[in-house]
Design a protein around this ligand. Structure first.
Ligand code: C5P
Length: 236
């Protein structure tokens, strides 16, 4: 039985393409507020990983639906960051690579996958609040979010950031190849028919190209504070 999400719980939606700092900002803001986080990209990455492992192709909609509904994906916070576990197996390294992102983008186009993950994401809306990051948090998953932020940055800056991030995690990536892969993934995410990557009509678009994480955090927190004060959403 599906348990309805508690719509009184405030949600902050942070969307945008890869390399804009969404995940980092979402984590910092959630920590500051004492709220939960939803890294929706990790869910898509995990399902795509399992689909490839189980040889379930993008055309096998029944197989994908069953997989997306039944797999247990969990997040474990460690000193090194958040680990992604499926059915108790740690698949963080496999899915965090750029290849993992590419696979996620292929399977994320499929309506049954998105549908199956929709309710799982909405069920993560629990008190005292949720900071959700992804591509369609503000448009589809949490259309009633009290604040929707859409982070942008130039393609070059985003590739440089991802390069640094992946290198830091030990991946041997080349900047040029990364630029190409990010451009392809963006193109795929922006042009798909279901839940394309677009800012919600009521989203606030922030260009982070010239800003560091601390500045973006300050900007987002200012928006959060203003919105919470004006909408009288309590921070309990
Ligand atoms: O955010 P991240 O880079 O981990 O996302 C990986 C891929 O998962 C994206 O390129 C996108 O195709 C897909 N995704 C999505 N909807 C979301 C989050 C991620 O389609 N809400």
């Amino acid at each position: 039985m599906r348990v309805p999400a508690d719509l009184t719980v405030p949600v902050l939606a942070i969307d945008g393409p890869s390399g804009t700092g969404k995940g980092t900002i979402a984590g910092q803001v959630a920590k500051h507020l004492g709220w939960h986080t939803l890294d929706s990209g990790a869910l898509y990455r995990a399902i795509a990983f399992l689909a490839v492992e189980n040889r379930i192709g993008p055309g096998d909609t029944d197989g994908l639906e069953a997989l997306a509904k039944s797999s247990v994906v969990e997040f474990a916070v460690t000193l090194d960051g958040v680990n992604i576990l499926v059915d108790n197996r740690n698949i963080t390294d496999e899915v965090r690579s750029e290849a993992g992102g590419k696979n996620a983008s292929i399977y994320a186009k499929i309506p049954v996958v998105r549908e199956a993950l929709l309710y799982r994401q909405q069920a993560m809306r629990t008190a005292p609040g949720l900071v959700a990051d992804g591509r369609d948090m503000g448009t589809v998953v949490f259309p009633d979010a009290f604040l929707k932020v859409f982070l942008e940055a130039s393609a070059t800056v985003r590739a440089q950031r991802r390069h640094k991030q992946l290198r830091g995690k030990g991946f041997d990536v080349k900047l040029r190849a990364l630029e190409r892969e990010i451009a392809e993934r963006d193109e795929q995410d922006r042009n798909r028919t279901v839940s394309p990557l677009v800012p919600a009509a009521d989203a606030i678009v922030l260009d982070t190209s010239e800003k560091d994480i601390a500045q973006v955090f300050t900007d987002v927190m200012q928006l959060v504070d203003e919105r919470l004060a004006s909408k009288e959403v309590s921070l309990t």
